[in-house]
Design a protein around this ligand. Sequence first.
Ligand SMILES: [Zn+2]
Length: 399
Amino acid sequence: MRSTSVVAALVAILLSGEAAIAQRGMGGTPIKAGEVCPPGTTEVRPRNCQAPEIAAPSILDYRPKSTLVVPAHMVKMAKYPAIDFHGHPQGLLGSADGLASLGASLDSLNVRMMVSADNMSGDRLKSTIASVKASEKMKDRVRILAGINFQNVGPGWAAKAVAQLEADVAAGAVGVGEVGKQFGLSTRKPDGSRLKLDDPELDPIWAACARLKLPVFIHTADPEQFFHPIDYTNERWLELALFPGRRYPQDQYPSFETLITERDNLFRRNPKTTFVTAHMGWQANDLEKFGKVLSEMPNVYTEVGAVLYDIGRQPREAHDFFVKFQDRILFGKDSFQPEEYPYYWRVFETKDDYFDYYRGYHAFWKLYGIDLPDSVLKKVYYQNALRITPGLPQTGWPK
Ligand SMILES: [Zn+2]
């Protein structure tokens, strides 16, 4: 009896991989080390995949409720008055009613000032500034960035563009932007070639921005996953499936890498111009790499709009990054949805664990607070924007 069980044990040890699993009665599909499970199955034990007995829901319908109980601090209003450097106030600036509604929304969030990044120029810029000036309550709470028209870049373009920019600054513009993602991705020159971000024909306009002390707010590329195949390993699969316009098939568009390289060349060849790269340069998922950009080029700043999902999933790394580059980061929100701002305050100001982001299709994960010190919050919320944008109202801010 004793010798039989020893033999059985030896046999069990000698059996490997699928045979051992079969012996334990696991069933399922074996895979080799390094292989992934076949579709419809998951790895339930090392190298053994199994399908659920109950039909699996689609990713749209699987909404597990967290049972984690931890302290939660909702932050409705920013701790210090904020400047939203990435404002798209969607037509609210053109009328007294619109401005009143914008003011009420901003008050409820403690956003003191919105910088409109809607590429206004010429008459539209003038009439919008007139509308803002006419509002007693809002005249010091909105400022406008001017747009640059990148169509037909060629001989004569720069002189015209600089003249228009000077006129827009005379009318009250305080910076340039948002230079849109089309610049680099799809804007063409008259000969049909793609207008590269670092095209030397553009240098006079960047020089003018430096001379006129205008920060250039620029959105380059898009999340890197938008440039990748839309397969089930893509973190943004759902977003790409929902929004066809966000797909950049590589036979039609430059690569993410190409755009970031051209962007950095642009920053490098214009060291006297202040650039604010929107959305943390779409590199918030690789802060080490992005930190090198900021370290190398002191004329480059960044803005946090629409990348909270990347900041909030790496609370320790992000905390250290914000502390290290505290003089270079500006608050901005992008899409104007007042109910979404408090998520930013909560990530920046608390050390809360594991809470929801506001858009499920952006992020299949939870966020964590990065617990920034007050001195850093003040810089990110308003001091950095004030310093690089002389045209913003500079008085009345907390020390
Ligand atoms: Zn924008």
